[in-house]
Design a protein around this ligand. Sequence first.
Ligand code: AGP
Length: 608
Amino acid sequence: MCGIIGYVGTDEVVPVLLDGLRRLEYRGYDSAGIAVMEADGIGILRAAGKLRNLQQRAYHEPLHGTVGIGHTRWATHGAPTEANAHPQTDSAGAVAVVHNGILENYSSLRRELLAAGVELESDTDTELIAQLLGREDGPLSERVLKVVSRLEGQYAVVAVHHEEPDVVVAFRKGPPLVVGVGDGETLVASDVTALLHRTRRVIYLLNGDVAVIRRDGVRILDADGGELERPEETLDWDAGRVEKGGYRHFMLKEIFEQPDAIRNTVLAYLDQERCGVNLDGLGFAPEDFSKLRRVHLVACGTSWHACLVGKFVIEELTGLPTEVDYASEYRYRAPLIGEDVLVVGVTQSGETADTLAAMELARDGGAMLTTVCNVRGSSSWRLATSRMLTQAGPEIGVASTKAFTTQLVAMVLIALALRAAHGRADETDCELVGELQRLPLAVEQVLAVDRELYRRGTEMLGDATDSLYLGRGILYPIALEGALKLKEISYLHAEGYPAGEMKHGPIALLEEDFPVVAVALNGPTREKLLGNLMEARARGAAVMAVAEEDAEEVHQVADLVLPVPRVHPLLQPVVAVVPLQLLAYNVAVELGHDVDQPRNLAKSVTVE
Ligand code: AGP
């Protein structure tokens, strides 16, 4: 959601803040702002719209100082106007605050402040925090300790006070904050991508922590003001990985990074000698795995699609009944959890609020809790007792691509580990392990396909306002994912459906300008799917299919085939999704949309 950066150092702070915000812009971007500790008080600049609007203001109205805070906003309370942009201040302009999250007692705090005669200047919950801090006495950290107990909901806040020009105070409950420890400078941000170009030494703040940040380091306090120790970690991501590297968009770069991302994920966990999975050091104990009788997979969005594939893979390889839930539903129902259940929270960011809440429910119910996550040290990483890191590297494009394909690989790896723990491993595992190792080459082949085919596919979809994506079996989640990718970045309406369901409703929509995209790889239900495609054609719909190049029967039914190589049936989702990612990307570019920062979306959804 929103992006936060804070800096206490010796460099001019405005370029540092703007650079940090540029790296965070993908999280939320309807307005932005900075606060700088100037010689005569706090200087504030805010602008609605894209970051470039703030950059222009900063050029024309320069602020000077070496300490400051900045924010990119994804609106929750109040429209995305300049008045509602952060930083927000108290009425005296003594305190400035940036905030990610939502205050649930917003209405009562607002009533209380208005009754006390405070004139509020924005519709935000953030201003309430600034006003509350302004009404307390003492050093900023003491004010924070007094105010924090009055805040209900989810928040990551970074604040400054004009009487302490060398201090930034950060505190959190819910959305993440990470401190970057540099040489003579200390930073704080909502996301490590904003720190990487200055330091790789980081300290993750935990819920309830209050961090007092100065040039020479950070003191972390608990709710009573007692000092806490938090470990410093060194990140293995380098700054170059969060640059576009010559590609027009992050999304395109990330699509093309998939062979490496998959290779790294496979290599990290494969035990070639045993034809199995090596989970040493990750907290998975084979004896614990052997006690498990059921699996629950919980996630949101694209990660939920990975779980749907995971159900097919885990049930086929292990025989363990596997349920898949939207995390936002799981957290509010009464799932049957127990010690024999493995609950897997699947999340690229590790910060999705609903997924974290679902995982907490599972932990409290006594389940074995694990996470498949792309960000080491994130909240899901800390919450889980065992963890599998997808090795996709930083994913900046809002539309998830390489994180998804590595999640699919992780599902196979977890299934192989469970299978071995349940004594079901046999020689067929070696075949699957070999195919996993060849998978990056298969994805490279998909990426090398003639661009002309994508140009034709783009024409078919870009000229229509609606489309239907169909698949069956393990490939029906890929139809859902293909449709989601198109919606997210092209703003064209697309429905994903299991093909067998088409006749139960969606067929009513089909006509000439309503194309069908089928995920039609070889398998036991392909004949059935081809039957569904014939039905669609009979209604005048154009048909595009993802299928193996030599699949004659698909070529006979489809107007256009996007070819993929033949792979192991459990790995088909990985090769099948790549053409759909490229298709969505090309349509969005053709329509002139901002591919990396689609409207209304945020990379990491840290509020409900
Ligand atoms: C993916 O393209 C989406 N932006 C979105 O559905 C995403 O997958 C979802 O918000 C879950 O995020 P997570 O994997 O970081 O938990």
